[in-house]
Design a protein around this ligand. Structure first.
Ligand code: SF4
Length: 510
């Protein structure tokens, strides 16, 4: 029987090999592989697909190639380098420190085999170990935060990419709409086509590329990590300064004396200055304004209009639509009314005529100045993309013979988890469910296998003595210098945006 356990990461010719253009041959599971594999092929055993790869070609995921008969990881191993701006005057400062990330590390399969790299290093005089792999994740998704008050679609609405369902709209957050994309049910629980398109979309999103999405009953979006979202063809500029009530609270004092009433139009809470506690504290007299919608508490109104892409995330184009008139006993001719959205993008100034009808008028400079301040206080609108994945399964066996000990050691802050060197938030409760901002990870961190599942880097760092106690694969530990000098690698610079330097986690170091 021919098996190819040797994986070469160091062959410089790998980049010369064709990739997706050459269709990969995937082993026919109905036949014993050893009997049917041609002599010029190698079998890749890095995932359950077990591609038989012809010399000069890559496997189905483009991550492995047959280079002169040797199974070779095509992409270089990514090393993260931390260059200290300070001289090494304290033990915390270790100029030019290197960290081996999981990007390009490859995968071992089945999982009881040790992870591809188990790397020793020394930090502050302490012997450390980092277990490095590219995890294959079926249970994974992306949580996307889109800074906009525009209506993207109903909560729980399906999201489609290239016609296939790939996620759904989830609970809105303050100033942002949230999407859940990918996940095991779209990857493997539906049709093959849905799984493939979901996987493509997830890989692109994780690799910081733009992805087109369509929300059922809602907007068409272009989303890219770290970029402004494009909603129905319009690039979003600002997220709202706060809800209508918050905006009234923030700017009441600055409006005082320049207007008799302010309405801040918002899909969530529309604020009315004279009724709001902020107006009361300033002793503002009532204006007699009658608002549509449902009154929540004084000066705060829900549902003044439907959600949409008009003023303040509502569907209105004319702000006067949400006013039900003025109380003739209270209001008076000449009263000054400002209406603005929560971003200041829409604003209009009115003066009541003798019939107590609002008549548009030129906005005084002092009022415009406060509207401008709303705009100034709105943060740029961005799309944030967080990768969420469960590493609590069999992947742990590549780290230790006692998988639950790894889980426990993470909960006890004995082991630090990073993804591509970026700090990963670990969810409480069972398993190892990690969440990481893709912008903190090196470029091209994500790959796939055609099962389909997402491939993503993950590293577990701990003290060597703890690794021994966890039942780790200590016989496979390699010195950092050995890895650096023998592996084909690409160096990326660590920046503070990636989170703490992965080898300097205080709880881990004690
Ligand atoms: S899909 Fe990729 S990792 Fe899996 S067997 Fe084929 S080449 Fe190897």
């Amino acid at each position: 029987m021919t098996t190819h356990n040797r994986v070469d990461h160091s062959n410089d010719n790998a980049e010369d090999f064709p990739s997706a253009a050459s269709p990969p041959q995937v082993m026919d599971k109905s036949r014993p592989r050893s009997d049917n594999m041609a002599a010029n092929k190698v079998e890749c055993n890095a995932c359950p697909v077990l591609c038989q790869i012809t010399e000069g070609r890559t496997g189905a995921c483009d991550r492995y190639a047959n280079v002169s008969g040797v199974l070779t990881r095509v992409d270089p191993l990514v090393l993260m380098q931390r260059i200290s701006a300070e001289p090494a005057t304290t033990e915390d400062q270790e100029p030019d420190a290197l960290f081996v990330t999981g990007v390009g590390a490859g995968t071992t399969y089945p999982d009881y085999k040790p992870a591809p790299f188990i790397v020793a290093s020394k930090v502050r005089g302490i012997d450390m170990v980092t277990v490095v792999t590219e995890g294959i994740f079926s249970y994974c998704s992306f949580k996307v935060k889109i800074d906009t008050d525009r209506y993207l679609g109903p909560e729980r609405a399906s999201i489609r990419h290239k016609g296939e369902e790939v996620g759904h709209v989830t609970t809105a957050e303050y100033g942002s709409q949230m999407l859940s994309l990918g996940g095991v049910h779209h990857l493997t629980g539906s049709t093959k086509k849905e799984g493939r398109i979901t996987c493509d979309m997830m890989m692109a999103l994780g690799n910081k590329q733009a992805v087109e999405l369509e929300i059922e009953g809602g907007a068409k979006l272009i989303v890219q990590a770290g970029r402004a979202p494009i909603v129905d063809g319009v690039e979003e500029k600002h997220m709202r300064v706060g809800c209508g009530s918050a905006a009234v609270g923030m700017f009441a004092k600055q409006w005082f004396g320049h207007v008799d009433e302010v309405v801040v139009v918002d899909d969530h809470i529309t604020g009315v200055l004279s009724e709001h506690q902020a107006g009361r504290c300033l002793d503002m007299p009532p204006s007699g304004i009658k608002m549509k919608g449902r009154k929540s508490t004084p000066g705060r109104y829900f549902q003044v209009a439907n959600p949409g892409n008009g003023w303040g995330g509502t569907d209105i184009a004319d702000p006067l639509e949400i006013i039900d008139g003025f109380d003739a006993e209270v209001a008076r001719a000449g009263m000054r009314l400002l209406m603005t959205s929560t971003t200041g993008e829409h604003a209009a100034y009115f003066v009541l005529d003798a019939q107590l009808q609002p008549v548009a008028a030129e906005m005084p400079a002092a009022v415009q100045k406060v509207v401008d301040k709303i705009i100034e206080n709105c943060e740029p609108s961005l799309s944030s993309v967080l990768f969420l994945a469960g590493a609590g399964g069999s992947l742990r066996a590549g780290v230790t013979d006692n998988p639950v000990w790894l889980t426990n050691s993470i909960k006890q802050a004995i082991t630090n988890v990073t993804c591509g060197g970026a700090h990963a938030y670990v969810w409480a409760g069972g398993g190892i469910t990690v969440m990481v901002d893709v912008l903190r990870m090196p470029d091209q961190s994500f790959g796939y296998v055609p099962t389909p599942a997402i491939v993503a880097p993950i590293e577990f760092t701990m003290r060597l003595d703890d690794y021994e106690r966890l039942g780790g694969h200590v016989d496979r530990v390699r010195a950092l210098d050995d890895v650096v000098s023998t592996e084909r690698s690409r160096v990326v610079q660590w920046t503070a945006e990636s989170g703490p330097w992965p080898l300097l986690q205080k709880p881990m170091l004690g």
